[in-house]
Design a protein around this ligand. Sequence first.
Ligand code: PAP
Length: 316
Amino acid sequence: MPNLSPSETSNNVEKSLLDLPKARFWEATDICQWEGFWFEPSLVKPAMTFRSTFHAQNDDVLLASSMKTGTTWLKSLSLCIMQKDHQKHAFDILTSENPHFHVPTIESTIYSTKPLQVNYYDASSPHLMHTHLPYAVIPDSIKSSGCKIVYIARNPKDTLISMWHYFNIILRPNQEPFPLNKTVDCFCSGVHQYGSFFDHVLEYWLESKKSPKKILFLKYEEMKSDPKREVMKIAEFLGKPFENEGEVDEVLWRCSLERLKNLEVNKNGSVLLNVPNSAFFRKGVVGDWKNYLTPEMEEKINQTSRSKLEAFGLFL
Ligand code: PAP
């Protein structure tokens, strides 16, 4: 096969994007299916670029998650942990910008409203980065190098309700909220951004079982119920154990929802196009779904969880 120039490769990518299966998400935006998952069409090209050109270093760290499962919290905690040797009692980085600016989601950097601080394709320094991409499409070099992966999962019903609030703000600002029963249907069939949620979580979980030193699998609910234990686990896993309990408390306080929500940088501004920083902080309550879902909706999601997750031994 002849070598293709970058523009020929790019043209081929554009053409292959046109052939992907398409669907409408919440009557508001198009999504397309690539490698078995659903994406906003504009994210597929950056995802392909990430997969084919990113070269992981052994000391890189990739945070990963499906949407609305605790990404913002994980980014904040990991950032503080990775920087704690330099920071000590000095500068509090989370007061300067939203966590999504400091730890960008690689494939979404096309929506960044501000120039990035780090070039993720420059291999000269270690990276702390995040992706919502499923395990199957993350770069091979991440899988084969010493790069560690921290994944956060969340109960599907709370994830769905969090997603419902978020996309109603972002995609339907002057409309009625999207009907919840239809939201449940989309969620269970997997036709939503980065969906299927169930396949996404299961893939990372199975990989974490095979390679526990490579992938740390966290649950939002466990982080809420025993934050100290979980944050110490993350720090150990990243090779940055805490020296004393005071350090643990400090990091947890810096990253607490109440504090982040009330920081000026998060009350105002936007680091992602058309997404106010405030949209990333809501209630953070385990079981909030009980305020919204009918018993029928609950059963539909439970049934999907049983067949897609619990059948493999994963309980969320
Ligand atoms: P993303 O996928 O768009 O990045 P993500 O941060 O994963 O969003 O999810 C947002 C949820 O995490 C919100 O949950 P809720 O809708 O049920 O309230 C948000 O409130 C919660 N969240 C954000 N920051 C924190 C934090 N520091 N501690 C605990 N929960 C948080």
